[in-house]
Structure formats: structure tokens, C-alpha cells
Design a protein around this ligand. Sequence first.
Ligand code: NDP
Length: 433
Amino acid sequence: LRRNPGETEFHQAVREVFDSLGPVLTKNPQYADAAVLQRICEPERQIIFRVPWVDDSGHVQINRGFRVEFNSALGPYKGGLRFHPSVYLGIIKFLGFEQIFKNSLTGMPIGGGKGGSDFDPRGKSDREIMVFCQSFMTELYRHIGEYTDVPAGDIGVGGREIGYLFGQYKRITNRYESGVLTGKGISWGGSLVRTEATGFGTVFFAQHMLETVNGGFEGKRVVVSGSGNVAIYAMQKAQQLGGHVVACSDSSGYVVDEAGIDVELVRQVKEVERARISEYAERRPSATFVPGGRVWEVGAQVALPCATQNELDEGDARSLIASGLVAVAEGANMPTTPKAIQLLQEAGILFGPGKAANAGGVATSALEMQQNASRDAWSFEHTEERLARIMSDIHDRCATTAETYGQPGNYVAGANIAGFTKVADAMLALGVI
Ligand code: NDP
């Protein structure tokens, strides 16, 4: 705490992992002997840089750029870039820290990192987005590479931004190094299913949890927060599996649609037109827009938080439990507050933490890297099948580890312990570095 003052979200993320590790350290004293805990929460490298750019009215704007290269024991640093005004070092470090264990859980050879900027893409013209991305990459390019650090998207960074970033990387380095970024367009090195992967993967994970108690999504009332990349494809897959999705949101409020959310319309409004979610209710007679409301008050059997950190608190957990909640799977990173997680677990609700439930995105990024390395492109079916198998393996790894450590059904403990031990063993093998 003294070393990282004011980095609230980072403290929260570290505490949440370390809280699970007591039994692991008792069983494996070699981790403490080699100071693995102290080393794992200190990033290997942190880069903070100025991002100057000129807006459409000719004014110079300055933003701050970040890349935190947290841990490379298992492979090159891997993790997304977030463009959002709330970004500061504490957010990037929490995300990078989580990423270490998430990437470990996927079973793929990737380390953990994260980056971004306090740049706000909302309301910016396409030209402004492009020049910002070009300026950002003009510093970032010297720190990344297929074998070093491989960024991807996150909040505010989708296919368009990855395109501008990749274009500038290619221009500066004179290398068509496809494996340097993931989330690329299909015609220039991207992978099918990457766009859908995080949302689909979260639903696959939830389906496996539900199967351990009472069937799957079929006939269940589902509420999703957010209406961005993760939320849209979580809704699509939940519907394909028979779930009845009745609400979603953005930072201005939520829409409730008891006839069932029309995912194509959400996609059109948010992804294509980049408009507010209220626009959905304008065009859909069965829907109502609730400005500034908390989407969880709608009530659900399955809740999928897919927007941002700390968006489901104690009060939300209480109202969800009262409405007949069975399961929560986190599509977003750390969306549920620690108090809310405790309440949900005490009430016997199935709870899939983000580092396991949303790992499908980064796992498919690793599949994109595989395709780039072998100059190959896989079909949608093959790639989705790989994703489904990876999510099933992650689910089983978490469940088995929780059981081994005497906490059956505790996916939080299972994910933290399984994710940690693989990285810790690699760190031991590589010596004190
Ligand atoms: P997007 O930018 O595509 O969408 C984010 C959505 O969340 C938008 O609907 C946005 O609303 C909403 N949102 C953002 N901040 C807030 C807030 N403070 N309050 C309420 N709603 C908010 O991002 P993604 O879908 O890619 O990411 C969502 C979450 O999933 C993040 O936590 C991210 O780290 C995590 N994640 C993403 C992965 C990916 O592959 N994309 C992989 C793993 C995790 P608005 O339009 O109003 O801004």
C-alpha cells in the first residue's frame, strides 16, 4: 500500500487474489522462500508517456499513455489497451495484475500486461481517433513485438482503433508483423470469432456452472450490463442457448425489454451508429429506457456484468438474490465489489469470476497469434470449437482446484489458486529475475 499510494483498484485486485492463497503457501513453502508474492505484484516494467495530438478545431491536446508489462514468466506480455477518461496507473495495474492469472488459466503460453490512455473516444471524429492512435503508437511501438508484448482491445478500443494502431506500427517499423497486435480485421490477419470471443466465452462458462446444479440457460431470465463488445455477444450466445435476455445498459442508463432484447438492434445502435442505448427504446415499442438506473433492479436468474469495474455492489447483489438469482458470470473485469461477492457466495449463488469467465477473449487472441505464426486462417466453426473447449477446460480446472483445496464450488478460490500456481512454478524455474 505504501509503495503504490492511491492505486485503489490495484490494491483491491491484489487483495482479492492473495486472500485465496493461504492454503497454497502452507502447502508450498518454496513460494515464500523465493519471495514469489512480493515479485508477482511488482510489474516487470511500467511505461508512462505523453500522447500529443491535434483536434479538429486545430487545438493541441495532451493525453497520457500507459503500458504495464506485468509478468512474462509464461510468455510475451499479453493484454488489452483501454481508452477511457477514468484511466490512470491504478486501473492499468489492476487490469494487468488480473491478466497474469487469467492468461495462465487459459493454458496458452502468454504472460500478463495491460495498457491504455485517459483519452475519451466518445464524440471524437474518425480523423481525431486516427491521429490519436497514430500518436499513441509512435511511442508504444518501441516497447512491443510478437515475442515481447502483444496488445489488443478493451474498453474504447475495437477493430477501428486496432486498425489505426497496426497501420502506424507497420509504417514506423516497415514490418508486416501480424502477431504484434490482436483483434485485427479478418482481411488483414485477424481471427474469426475474436470479436465474439469474450461474450461467447462468458456464456459458455456460465453454462458449465449452471449444468452443475440445474440445467443451462434454457428458459432462464438473463440481465446483462453494458452494450459494448462483450455485452453484445454475451447476449447473442445466451439467446442461442435458450436464455431470455430482458435488459442491457450503457453509462447513461438501461433498457428493459420483456419481449426479449433484439441483439441486432443493439449492435446497430451501439456498434454501427455509436449512439446511446436510449436510441434502442426509441425504435423498439416493447422497450423502456430508464435514465441513470441500475440495470440489476430488473431482476434475473442469470446476471452477466459486462460493462466495467465495481458496477455490481452489495445493494445490487441483495436485489438480484431476492429476484431469484442462480448464477453470476463476470464478462467484465472486477465488476462485482468484494462485499457483493461475499453476499452472493454466502447465498449459494454460482459465481464465475472474470479472470476465468471472461478469459475467452484473450484465449482467442492467442489463437489469432497461432494463425499469424503459421500463416493460416481457421474457419468460424473450428475456432469456436477451440474456444468452447478452452472455456470448458478453464471451468473444470477452477472446479477441481477448488475441490482439491477444500472449497468445492468456490470458483473464486479455484481460479486464483490454479492461475497463481502455474505462474509461480514458472517463476521458480526461471530463478530470481
Ligand atoms: P466496450 O467499450 O465495447 O463497451 C463497454 C460498455 O460498458 C459500453 O456499453 C459502455 O457504455 C459501458 N460502460 C463503460 N463504463 C461504464 C460505466 N462507468 N458505467 C456504466 N457503463 C459503462 O468495452 P468491452 O465490451 O470490450 O469491455 C467491457 C468489459 O469487459 C471491461 O471490463 C473489459 O476490461 C472487459 N473485457 C473485455 C474483453 C474484450 O475482449 N473486449 C476481454 C476481457 C475482458 P458507454 O457506451 O456509455 O460508454
